[in-house]
Ligand binder design. Structure first.
Ligand code: SF4
Ligand code: SF4
Length: 74
């Protein structure tokens, strides 16, 4: 299974990942993180592990992509 893990406290809620996912896999959650932002959340199983969300994210460490359970970005 492919999926993306968002480190909620690293996310500033900029939505770049949400807007650029070709499969509409990401959204903005309702919870406020420790920095006062509403963090992105992974919301559906159609992820192809393309990595676009990782590449567009300005926050190092916020997005980790897993392809068939294997981590594909540092
Ligand atoms: S890896 Fe690709 S398909 Fe999966 S959530 Fe990120 S942008 Fe969307
Ligand atoms: S691109 Fe990064 S900082 Fe922006 S909402 Fe997505 S995970 Fe958060």
């Amino acid at each position: 299974m492919n999926y993306v893990r968002i480190a909620a406290d690293e996310c500033k809620g900029c939505r770049l990942c949400v807007q650029n996912c070709p499969n509409n896999c990401l959204g903005i959650g309702s919870e406020i993180n420790q920095m006062g932002y509403q963090a992105a959340v992974f919301k559906n199983p159609n992820c192809t592990a393309c990595g676009i969300c990782f590449y567009v994210c300005p926050e190092p460490g916020a997005v980790t992509v897993y392809k068939n359970e294997e981590r594909i970005n540092a």
